[in-house]
Design a protein around this ligand. Structure first.
Ligand SMILES: [Zn+2]
Ligand SMILES: [Zn+2]
Length: 259
């Protein structure tokens, strides 16, 4: 069932012919999730419970903040903070106890070597504090969706000749997503299909980086006054595309066209 629902977005992302179809899918999912969390779903009890528990990472807080819906943001924070306050109490108890034990471990414990070192106790206590803010409901939703999209991608790659042809002619992927595809390939493809697929990904990446290298070089040379009248060729957005190819989409124009 899922397969049919996910086929269209995966196909659409490859058809965009951008620098990384997985970045396009990821960004689309991310924007949808951010929007959803400041919309009606905020009031759904199940979403609420998850938000209270997981919260949002700094990157997604930034995106929520930029949506300029202070009240929606505050409503989410209100119940999340109250849950965090409760857990903070427990963490503080552990921190206080760890710091006391660190200074006053019993002689017997010290002699038996059973007691964790003061540094280890404090490290665990600090980790308990850190754990309060190491989850993000949007990051988790993106991961879930991307997992399904990857699965769909391999299904299409194996069963839809037109899709495969289109993918073989694509501009490659960003490096993190190329690695992600390869990581999943062994589990998704029959062993005999693995060399061909791996070879395809390597060739796409090598070609893409030849192109990036050329574009970014020309971009630099265009600043030489002797090249003032020369055309830009494909290098006007070379900085953005190179950054995005190296690290995954993070700068420049959005990978998806405006709807
Ligand atoms: Zn990517
Ligand atoms: Zn996040």
């Amino acid at each position: 069932m899922r397969y049919h629902i996910d086929t269209i977005p995966v196909w659409d992302a490859v058809k965009l012919d951008g620098e990384c179809f997985l970045c396009a899918l990821r960004r689309k999912t991310e924007l949808g999730e951010v929007d959803r969390h400041l919309g009606a779903s905020v009031m759904e009890p199940e979403v609420r419970i998850q938000v209270n528990k997981k919260g949002f990472c700094s990157n997604h807080q930034q995106m929520l903040y930029a949506m300029d819906n202070r009240l929606g943001h505050a409503l989410m924070l209100e119940s999340h903070v109250s849950e965090i306050r409760e857990r903070l109490g427990k963490a503080c108890k552990q921190i206080r106890s760890a710091s006391r034990n660190a200074s006053g471990a019993s002689l017997m414990d010290k002699l038996s070597g059973k007691a964790p070192s003061p540094a280890k106790r404090m490290e665990d206590a600090a980790a308990a504090l850190e754990e309060l803010t190491c989850t993000c409901i949007i990051c988790d939703a993106i991961d879930d969706n991307m997992g399904r999209y990857l699965h769909t991608f391999f299904h299409l790659y194996q069963n839809d000749t037109e899709f495969r042809k289109k993918f073989e002619g694509c501009k490659g992927m960003c490096i993190p997503h190329a690695a992600e595809l390869l990581r999943h390939a062994a589990g998704e493809l029959p062993g005999k299909a693995l060399p061909e697929f791996s070879n395809l990904i390597c060739s796409l990446e090598e070609e893409a980086f030849d192109r990036m290298q050329e574009d970014v070089s020309w971009f630099c040379r265009k600043f030489d006054y002797r090249n003032y009248d020369e055309p830009w060729y494909n290098s006007r957005d070379a900085v953005e595309r190179t950054v995005n190819k190296l690290r995954g989409w993070c700068v420049g124009t959005e990978p998806n066209p405006k709807e």
